[in-house]
Write a protein that binds this ligand. Structure first.
Ligand SMILES: Cc1cc2nc3c(=O)[nH]c(=O)nc-3n(C[C@H](O)[C@H](O)[C@H](O)COP(=O)(O)OP(=O)(O)OC[C@H]3O[C@@H](n4cnc5c(N)ncnc54)[C@H](O)[C@@H]3O)c2cc1C
Length: 408
């Protein structure tokens, strides 16, 4: 494991400054416009592709940084720029990681480039797991994949919801039930190649925040994909199902923990997004408090305002440290014995919601208008306590990990 430090190294600082420059010069100035338009900011994604931020290479470089700080640092800077646009930029990476983690080398080489497209024709990808009746309760998933042995094809039927980039993606990664008796262990992931008949976009959601990020239902109606689209391949799936059946027969509880570990490793990245939004709102509030005068002095001269800013900054720094710790553990394969990944996501997301609300208060009437960005940041921050597991689910996972008990 790389030596422990709370400092970014010189190379990381260089990348951070470069990302910050892009966030400040390209993302932030475009934020209000795309929030109002509620559309995917294709020109900004293209700019990100031109400079190399929107690419698998960049994502993979940060992902495999042995200190664990590459991804949190990148997420914090991009989401500092704007959460909706940044999610449009990193959403493809989340689908790509699903393929990187579970796909064969051939699948990785075939599909990931098609997820990103190229600089002149950028594409996005979507990861579709949630369903109308299976949000927090993933095991209730109904989308069904049935193997047609004669044709070596999988036939997929169901409706996915809340999919980031759903319906506009070039490549969709869809999680479906292959063995209904095994709960979440009976799920498998499939690549749905571009222009596959039967896949269509359902409702596109109008949202409270992150409105520059496209969120929609994805309808799968007798979608047929070749056997080669099953992530990891049939042999591996059959082995995994056989093991799960055996474990279920013996008692089942161990089975759940492996799935939990995967989420633990990915949750700090969402925590880092929340830190970016919180820091952005805090900076606006600090600047405002130092320049806005009432009663003949800057409002920060009032302890009531100054202490709020002190608390905001303290919580943001604490959130970042939890995120860095969990991310470092994930990259180095350390066991999350106290659900440290969930802790980081829980604390950072709740901090972002609180800090952005305080920022509105510090800006007074201005904070409540769209003339200042904290109103948008507060709307954006609300997503962090919902997606990738709600705050309640994080608490449930933490409590279950600490006690070892199946908390209901
Ligand atoms: C903008 C956006 C983008 C998203 N992007 C994606 C995506 O790209 N791909 C994808 O697959 N999904 C995506 N999601 C889905 C997201 O992960 C789910 O919304 C989330 O998991 C919660 O599920 P739900 O909305 O069905 O809420 P529910 O599970 O119905 O929860 C409703 C409320 O009940 C609480 N609750 C539920 N169970 C318990 C319990 N056991 N104990 C205590 N409280 C409980 C929850 O915490 C919550 O407060 C996205 C969602 C949004 C809003």
């Amino acid at each position: 494991m790389a030596e422990f430090t709370m400092e970014l190294n010189d190379e990381q600082k260089e990348v951070r400054d470069w990302l910050h420059g892009f966030a400040a010069d390209v993302i932030r100035p475009a934020a209000a416009e795309w929030d109002e338009r509620e559309e995917t900011p294709w020109p900004v994604i293209q700019e990100a592709a031109k400079v190399g931020i929107y690419s698998l290479d960049f994502y993979a470089q940060q992902y495999f940084d042995a200190t664990g700080l590459g991804i949190p640092m990148a997420m914090e800077e991009l989401f500092w720029g704007d959460a909706g646009i940044a999610l449009s930029i990193v959403g493809t990476g989340l689908a790509a990681v699903g393929v990187l983690a579970n796909g064969t080398e051939e699948q990785i080489g075939t599909w990931i480039p098609q997820m990103y497209g190229d600089v002149n024709d950028v594409k996005v990808a979507a990861f579709c797991s949630s369903e109308p009746d299976a949000g927090s309760d993933v095991a209730s998933m109904r989308t069904r994949a049935v193997y047609d042995e004669a044709k070596d094809e999988w036939v997929i039927n169901g409706t996915k919801t809340w999919a980031t980039n759903g319906g506009i993606a070039n490549v969709h990664v869809v999680v479906a039930v292959v063995d209904p008796d095994l709960g979440s262990k009976g799920h498998a992931s499939f690549i749905i190649p571009p222009d596959t008949p039967g896949l269509s976009q359902g409702q596109k959601f109008q949202k409270h925040g992150i409105r520059a990020s496209h969120t929609a239902e994805v309808v799968l109606d007798d979608v047929r994909v070749p056997g080669s689209c099953l992530l990891g391949g049939k042999e591996k799936l059959d082995e995994r199902l056989a093991r799960a059946r055996e474990k279920a027969r013996k008692g089942g509880e161990r089975v759940k923990n492996a799935a939990m570990a995967t989420f633990e490793a990915s949750r700090p990245a969402v925590g880092a997004m929340a830190v970016g939004t919180a820091r952005a709102a805090y900076e606006v509030a600090l600047d405002y408090a130092m320049t806005r005068e009432q009663f003949g002095r800057p409002i920060i001269d009032n302890q009531g305002v100054a202490f709020q800013l002190a608390d905001m900054r303290t919580q943001i720094d604490a959130a970042r440290l939890l995120v860095w710790r969990a991310s470092r553990m994930g990259v180095n394969g350390k066991p999350f014995t106290a659900a440290e990944g969930s802790m980081s996501k829980l604390f950072a997301s709740e901090t972002a919601k609180k800090v952005t609300a305080q920022a509105i208060q510090i800006l007074g009437g201005n904070g409540y208008t769209r003339e200042y960005p904290v109103e948008r940041m507060h709307r954006d921050a609300a997503i962090y306590t919902i997606f990738e597991g709600t705050s309640e689910i994080q608490r449930l996972v933490i409590a279950r990990t600490l006690s070892g008990m199946p908390i209901r």
